[in-house]
Design a protein. Sequence first.
Lengths: 335, 290, 405
Amino acid sequence: MATDVETRLDSRLTVGEKIPVKLVIPVIVIGAIIPFVLGGYATFQGTLIMIYAIAILGLNLLTGFNGQFSLGHSAFYAIGAYTAAILVYHLDWPVYVTIPIGGVVCFFAGFLFGLPALRLEGLYLALATFALGVAVPQILKSSHLEGLTGGVQGLDVFRPDVPAFLVDNFGLTMDQWWYLIVFVVMLLMFWVAWNLINSRTGRAMMAIRDNPIAARSMGVNASLYKSLTFGVSAFYTGIAGAMAAIIIEFVAPDSFTFQLSILLFIGMVVGGTTSIWGAVFGGMFILLIPNFAEEISTGLSYAIFGVILILVIYVMPSGFAGLVNLLRARIKKIM
Amino acid sequence: MDLFLQQILTGIANGAIYACLALAVVMIYQAIDHFNFAQGEMAMFSTYICWAMIAGGVPYWLAFFATIVVSFVGGLAIERIIFKPLHNAPVLSHVVVFIGLIAIFNSSAGAIWDHNIKTFPSPFPSGSFGGLIGLHEVGMFFVTLILLLGIFCFFRFTRVGMAMQAAAANPDSAELVGIRVGWMLALGWGLAAAIGAVAGMMIAPIVFLDPNMMLGILLYGFAAAIVGGITSPGGAVAGGFLVGIIENLVGTYIPAIGSELKLTVALVLIVTVLLFKPNGLFGKTIVTRV
Amino acid sequence: MNTGRKLAITFAAVAAMGMAASSALADKMYGPGVTDDSIKLGNTMPYSGPAAAYGQIGKATAAYFDKINKENGGVNGRKIEFISLDDGYSPPKTKEQVRKLVEQDEVLLILESLGTPTNSAIHNYMNKKKVPQLFVATGATKWGDPENFPWTMGWQPSYQTEGKLFGAYIMENVQDPKVAILFQNDDYGKDYVHGLKEYLGDKADSIIVAEESFEVTDPTINSQMIKLKDSGANVFFNVSTPKFAAQAVKKFRELNWDAVFLNNSVSNSVGAVYKPAGLENSKGIISLMYYMDITDPANFDTEPYKKWSAFMDTYYPDGDKTSAFTAYGYLVGQTMEQVLKQAGDNLTRENVMKEAANLDLELDMMLPGIKIQTGPNDFFPIEAMMPVEFNGEKFNPLGKVVSVN
């Protein structure tokens, strides 16, 4: 079942590739300007897109780069979100601190889940992770944990005001402030992912994906790498979840149903597996396309979303990043 | 003791639901070497077609068999129209297409037939054996066994069945010996859709028909198929009954868990089974070569 | 809840200002989303996903606004523009959609958004932004808290209230009661159980002999029913949505369980529950109602029913006339219409909220004696219900309207 996740991109497995600075800098500049140009609602949407992008990147590290199938990443998203919410609600911790903590808690959760998952491949792993995604909301609302998680009623998360000097000097609003925080976190996470993928570790991860037996025989400690990747992937998704809890200012088991796992999965494939920046496109897709489908028809919005999804796969079977890579290769050939 | 017996019987009744769907899951796995995540929604849609025919005055059995035929053709068409062009796309993309299909079937069923629950008739007499297990559940049990026998004979004794397995297991070699692999895939889809339709029509009288009828059941169906062994139709049926019974007993006799965490525990058990028997209880071991 | 108190004070001050303004006659005062000839109202509903059946409520309300726009030219000469968006019952999506409605579409208020977790996600936001969150379509108790959340108001009797009324019914009518409860494992199910327990007080532990929950993803509730019967209870209290309620009725009979069957109003519907489960099986079920049973043939000749039926045929022809949801949406539409009428030309958010808290309304489809009443300290519009027994065809009233107060 190792071929479950195939690579469609070039598998040169380069190490130490340089970040294309010329491309990245304009993107950063544009990204930083957006909240000052668009209104509060659009900024809020942009923030959500970036949060999804981080979660999708996390999933992609696991599935796209390491070949482990997961249909249960909503579980880690939920754990990250609840970690943040519980720390803020019960212990009055500063929200900013809860973001990395949400990630770390998820790292351990992911690593531990990754251990038994080692024995499972392909479909079996898909089922096990799917089960995790279904089980976590149930556990969250279980009467045993009600005192901690707020049970079915969920928990409110209060955000502190924007630091005064930023309001006074720049007139920064809550939406802009959090957009910028999420933006910086996202850049950081993407940069880390880039370095990880282009390192020896990244090479090992991909070798395990492409040919686990060969990788093992070449001395790669597949078990360790796979569990670690699970942890890192959960870390990314947990960071996203923690930030989502803060942005939405509320967590409830209904926010983290397995539909969320499926959305993240869609975002990953549509954005392009084995692509880092494709995650941003995936985030846009899962946030904006359902809204677009709804505008066409309210009753049939899911059906329209489904049709769009299938058409997108027709046009770009390897996702958006795959399409762009293909076009780039074509253009290079012509020139 | 009475409670114990009743829970076992209810477990078997629920198990029959899971087993029926698990058979459809195994069927398509034999054909395409992969799960069809849209299986549940396809079965739901087939059941609605049958319901609409019966509501329109068609006698039950006529509607029943007509639905099987329609579903077979529908399954065939989905493979030919939607999946054939994507033959070379990565498997992950296929999964996304399955998700697209789920959304399409679920949403259209709601739009066409609304979201209120519908009563679906049972072909078996109403009533029960002493309040212990309904006659419909018993009938369903036998329908599942008949399906199982049919599938077993199909793969074991017919040329088409064997060709289909060959096409799924080793498409290139199959092509070389003259099997039309593309059509085998389509045939597998058609058969799986037809079995799914039977499962849907058997399940609907118990749980009532609505667009989300299969939402919870499909997970159990997959679990049953995997626990039993995805390559083994008999294993899938056994897996279905096993999951049904375990789930009920755990919910009844472990107070800390109760009904609240019943599903969670069932899933943990399944994962545990997989850890010790990665190919399921009755599945064949697959050897991978470098 | 410091912010809450601050809000309450602001609200009082603003309300006083509003009063002053309305006395200055003919002065038109408009909040966001209002012009001389239109009023924009926002709403979120699960039109897709597992909770999509509730979407009918939003469609019925939209149809009602169509009707008054066409027949009366809207309210006080202003057409109602009802923008209803899909949130798929996902709290983050609700927040996104409501922010769109408030900040981009600039609606005057949010009306009848459905679901407890979804409304919880916007509860603070609405109160911080001071946008009315009116007549939320959920029965949680937290919507009636004017001191801390002066911008949020419920509509239907709260689930807890109904739970309490059932408690009262049990204590009055059943000798030596032993209660078994089946409930959906979410906020709605737990609120009912909570209400019942609150009413029973110290005796709750001895009277309630079994509680079983189920998940909406469970295929059947048969295992739970067997356990409940095994407890030897003589009262069965069913707190589940229509699909599972129908299963419960069927299984209840199949088990030959000799107990009083109490059914929550959420699935007290002939078309959606009793007919699928079998009318014969449903005989003797006791429930609480507050508006007319639209599936009862005895009502078909009454004026209110005819009016409603004509409305459905003209403005919501694909709507299900046997679903209580469509009547619900129609009634909430009427309540909103009344609030806007009372507000006159002073259509600021403050004044609309003030008028919402100043209702004394009898709607013709409500059962006799049940009114929609609110006040500055009473944010629970409907608090009374009528116990009824289903006789296989229709509901027979059992005694008088009851309320907890």
